[in-house]
Design a protein around this ligand. Sequence first.
Ligand code: DGI
Ligand code: FE
Ligand code: FE
Length: 193
Amino acid sequence: MNHEKILELSAKLQQVLKGENKRYVHSVAVANTSMCLASRYDVDLEKAYIAGLLHDNAKCIDYEKQIRMCREMSVALTDFELKNPYLVHGKLGAHLLKKDFGIDDRSMSEAIKWHTTGKPCMNKLESIIFIADYIEPMRHRASNIDMIRTLAFTDINTTVKQILSDTIKMLEDNNRPIDPVAFKAYEYYINND
Ligand code: DGI
Ligand code: FE
Ligand code: FE
């Protein structure tokens, strides 16, 4: 990995996260967890580290501004995302990867784009960022978290399926709406795992 590049990206990330130190610490934890998973599943370590580091780069922009930026930069949003704007930071962050961080890499931007909801048939890098966001060491509230931490290094697709299942259950239990793409993803992994 290129040390200078990582330092530069980390400094820039701290700026855009507006001093929200907790979010920065989470981002570094996702980067490190992603790199461990990449090593296990034979994925480019630097891509995994950087996509993990920058996955929440748009998280600290207020919702109205996120939606306005998407409109201005022709980032397509679904009606569901417009109604539930905390889901927008993946798609916006994927776009800002090139615009603000100078990284023109479709595999990394796609992994950032789908990190919250997942989607059907994710590739290895997409699955790794999705999983790392859920299991990084500071996460402790999710049900089955200890089992999922072990499973993550055993079977990547079964892990994605378990996280989708537990997330949908948690949202249902809390009467929160579920993005149709999360349902589609779960259906895919039930039928293809
Ligand atoms: O940005 P982070 O907090 O690190 O993590 P994230 O981008 O995965 O967001 C996690 C939250 O998103 C968590 O509270 C569950 C929620 N979420 C995930 N899928 C869906 C969802 N919320 C709704 N309403 N619908 C979904 O399909
Ligand atoms: Fe996120
Ligand atoms: Fe995150």
